[in-house]
Design a protein around this ligand. Structure first.
Ligand code: AMP
Length: 288
């Protein structure tokens, strides 16, 4: 496994792979890897000749009140996880200095307009601008044939699909299903902040989403009803502070034009964000 800290050198590695006729997959992450990240790497491994993983805690996507300096960093475990999951290239992004992700004098930002407004966009101003910008830089440097993103961050994945299309990145953006712990909680680098108690509260989220899935499978096709059910299930855990619980058209993340999932080509995403203590959690289920 090749390792780089200089973006330009990593880009030259990617150039060589493509020049050799090999298909290239890219898995962008912020490190502190868990089984969800590794599932992306393995999926990339199964679909591409060469797999690059980027690890970069991107300052631009953290708000001033957020956990940038506290964000977990586990480089030794990350390296082992990447190697064991079949990565060929590991890129350790640097926030500044020579070879950094943002070159000195940086002043070009990418904004995905409508898709970045609802859901997390309302609660994390500037977050998606930071995400879209860094992913745009990474797609430009590696020029992968495919890039892999987790469904857990559904809005992010949709926004990047849009970005790849709008900015002619030429990469197919693949959305990989959410990996969960045995108790149902979606894996997240931030779960380690949860106390035992907070984790119990947090479990109301996967429970509410699983209940909605059951109702949908049993024939409830109205997003409005499923949204109501999710809200009611979450209300049963009052210690969880709900930021949003919405059923939206999975294509544009807007309220569905017709209240019938079967009538929507991309189906509906039921998306939740909540605070368990100080830890912000997101999760969703995609009904299609
Ligand atoms: P992060 O390091 O949190 O920015 O995540 C990097 C990538 O891993 C993103 O595409 C996430 O959507 C994805 N990811 C995070 N958690 C999970 C999970 N539990 N299952 C699948 N993918 C995930």
């Amino acid at each position: 496994m090749k390792e780089f800290t200089d973006l330009r050198e990593a880009a030259r590695w990617a150039d060589r792979m493509r020049a050799a006729g090999l298909s290239l997959g890219l898995v962008p992450t912020m490190g502190a890897l868990h089984a969800g990240h590794l599932a992306l790497i393995r999926r990339a491994r199964s679909e591409c000749d060469r797999v690059a993983v980027s690890l970069f805690v991107n300052p631009a996507q953290f708000g001033p009140q957020e956990d940038l300096s506290m964000y977990p960093r586990t480089p030794a475990e990350d390296r082992a996880g990447c190697r064991d999951s079949g990565a060929d290239c590991l890129f350790w992004g640097q926030p500044e200095g020579s070879g950094s992700v943002y070159p000195p004098g940086f002043q070009t930002w990418v904004e995905v307009d409508r898709l970045s407004k609802p859901l997390c966009g309302e609660f994390r101003p500037g977050h998606f601008r930071g995400v879209a910008t860094v992913v745009s830089i990474l797609l430009g440097a590696f020029k992968p044939h495919r890039a892999f993103f987790g469904q857990k961050d559904f809005q992010q994945a949709r926004l990047i699909q849009r970005l790849a299309l709008d900015l002619a990145k030429g990469a197919e953006v693949v959305i990989v299903p959410t990996v969960r712990d045995a108790d149902g909680l979606a894996l997240s680098s931030r779960n380690r902040y949860l106390s035992t108690e907070e984790r119990q509260w947090a479990l109301a989220i996967p429970r509410a989403l699983a209940e909605a899935e059951r109702r949908w499978e049993a024939g409830e096709d109205r997003p409005s009803e499923l949204e109501k059910g999710v809200r009611a299930a979450l209300a049963a855990e009052p210690r969880l502070v709900i930021q949003y619980a919405r059923a939206l058209d999975a294509e544009n993340l807007q309220p569905a034009a017709v209240d019938r999932i079967a009538a929507l080509p991309s189906g509906v995403v039921l998306a939740v964000a909540a605070l368990a203590g100080k830890t912000r959690l997101i999760d969703n289920t995609w009904l299609k």
